[in-house]
Design a protein around this ligand. Sequence first.
Ligand SMILES: C[S@@+](CC[C@H](N)C(=O)[O-])C[C@H]1O[C@@H](n2cnc3c(N)ncnc32)[C@H](O)[C@@H]1O
Length: 247
Amino acid sequence: MQQEEIWDADTAQRYDTPGSGMFAPEVLEPAVDRLAQLAGGGEALEFAIGTGRIAVPLAERGVPVTGIELSLPMVEQLRTKADEATIPVIVGDMASTVAPGKYTLVYLVYNTISNLLTQDEQVQCFRNAARHLTPGGRFVVELWVPELRKLPPGQTATVWQSEPGYIGLDTYDVLHQHVVSHHFRFDETQQARLFRSPHRYVWPAELDLMAQLAGFELETRHADWAGAEFTAESRSHVSVYRIPPAG
Ligand SMILES: C[S@@+](CC[C@H](N)C(=O)[O-])C[C@H]1O[C@@H](n2cnc3c(N)ncnc32)[C@H](O)[C@@H]1O
């Protein structure tokens, strides 16, 4: 299944949930605050900008934001909120597409580096981020910690969320470091809506090595956007990589 097939017009139209889920103020505000601070008065580039969930409020905060995005339907949704002059978007693959200009901040949030399904593409993505940054510039990655401790030997699937009307189920191919997330949404009828997305999961240590290959140093790693300590029990991390300042 190609990313273009996954992020189609139907998914793009359903993506935004204003005020709730990943669009809830308590999710968005700490992320936008932190990214605005890390941009340090310069310009930001979002890899896989999607419908502008983060980019729109970040631009409203006064940070100039450009995007790279593979899916035209996702960009069309973004265009209902911000025009090309406000948030320019280059349609293409974040592992290779070049946006004009230099940036103090490149960011790639909501686990999206895992949408690149090979190690090679993920390394290329780090190199592409480095290519766009000024000396001292930062690349921020938000990514979940693989939950393999929950996968008993001999089993290939885990339920990671179960609540009324929703079941989140992951199926693993541990040989290739792949996981497919299955999101089942259902009501009292016999029908369920299924959204599936394939990912290549990455351990924080592997991510750091990819960063090193592209010339970055790890500056900070926290468990969330508000700066909670990253521990062995953390389910996610916000990692800030930096190109060492010249001299
Ligand atoms: C989970 S959404 C995240 C969107 C947005 N960053 C956000 O935080 O809401 C994943 C996005 O990544 C895009 N995407 C997937 N693979 C990509 C690639 N190789 N290059 C650019 N965009 C990609 C998809 O089209 C989709 O818009």
